[in-house]
Each structure stands twice: as C-alpha cells, then as structure tokens.
Unconditional design. Structure first.
Ligand code: HEM
Length: 163
C-alpha cells in the first residue's frame, strides 16, 4: 500500500472500512424515523486526499438505499477541509469546514442537483465526523430542504472492520 501523504495526516483517524454498529438512525420532521445499515470505506492512494464511498441499506432486507462517494481534501498546513461528494439522489455538493483533533465539522458551500430530482430539494447539509474514545467513528448529518429549516437527518456510529 502507498505511504500516507503527510498532507492528510490530520485526517488519518478516518481511514478504514467501517460498518454501522448499532444501526444508524434517521429522522426528519417531515418523515417517519427509520434505522439503516451503512458501510463507509475511507482510503487513500498516496495522494494528498482521502477517497470515500458510503453505502447505506435496509437493515432487514439488505436493499440498497442512499449512496455517496467522493474525496476529502485538506488545505496543506491548515485545518481547512473540503468534502467533495456525489450522491445517488442526483445531488453533488462541496462541504467545507475544519478538522480539530479527531473531529471534522462541515457545512455545504455549494450544492447542485439534476433537473428532475425528487422534491423536496435539499438546500443545505451540515455534517460532523468524530472518533470516539472507544475508537468508533461517528457521523451526524443535518439538512435544510425547500420545505423545512435545518434539522437532524442522520446519526450513526461505525465499528472498524479493517484499516
Ligand atoms: C428522506 C436528503 C442521506 C434515508 C430524505 C429527504 C431528503 C433527503 C431531501 C426528503 C425529506 C422530506 O420528505 O421532507 C438526504 C441527503 C442525504 C441523505 C442530502 C445525505 C447527505 C440518507 C441516508 C439514508 C437516508 C444515508 C439512509 C438510508 C432517507 C429516508 C427518507 C429520506 C428513508 C424518507 C423516505 C423518502 O422520502 O425516501 N432524505 N438524505 N437518507 N432519507 Fe435521506
């Protein structure tokens, strides 16, 4: 495997193959709360960026649900991070924020969608990733839509399957 590019060492705590445990929890004021399974693969190829794929599924039937993939970049020598993400719901977005220790906080800076994307339309996405004291990865996502102001959508904790 290639050596970790030193530029991304502040994000090295995110590397690994992670699986939700317990199941992720989804909610939003306009929908019925739900549980989901999720696998996050966060890797690197020696370049100054992380590569990720995050795939969720129905925990009972295994049916594939939301998916996203992209890159996480850092402005070298700073704690400024960009999260570049394509989603299967027809949305692409760039979030930016800061890494502080083993916590990454992000807010969407630009977001666009295909012309025939389902409504309501997401207008803003805020996420947080952190590593817990037990070495688990945690992700929380809030969003605002065309019909609802910013509110929690997702919360999930992952166990590391492999580095
Ligand atoms: C609903 C966006 C991630 C599962 C929704 C809605 C939007 C949305 C706009 C419609 C809300 C409404 O009707 O008022 C997003 C965005 C995501 C994301 C932007 C990522 C940043 C996920 C993930 C799952 C998920 C990871 C896991 C399975 C659902 C479900 C619903 C929903 C089950 C309700 C049923 C439906 O309308 O399809 N999401 N979502 N979402 N989302 Fe997400």
């Amino acid at each position: 495997a290639p050596l970790l590019n030193p530029a991304i060492s502040p994000l090295a705590w995110m590397l690994g193959t992670w699986v939700s445990e317990p199941a992720g929890k989804g909610e939003f004021p306009t929908i019925t709360p739900f549980n989901y399974k999720e696998e996050a693969v966060i890797s690197h190829a020696g370049q100054p960026m992380l590569n990720f794929t995050i795939c969720s599924s129905n925990p009972d039937t295994g049916k594939a649900l939301h998916r996203e993939c992209g890159f996480i970049r850092i402005n070298p020598g700073t704690n400024q991070v960009a999260f570049i993400c394509a989603q299967n719901i027809g949305v692409v977005e760039i979030e930016e924020g800061e890494v502080e220790g083993e916590q990454l906080t992000l807010t969407s800076r630009s977001l666009s969608r295909m012309s025939f994307a389902k409504e309501p339309h997401v207008q803003q996405i805020c996420r947080k990733f952190c590593l817990t004291a037990e070495g688990k990865l945690e992700q929380t996502v809030s969003m605002a839509t065309s019909t609802q102001s910013l509110a929690p959508h997702l919360h999930v904790t992952y166990r590391k399957l492999s580095s």
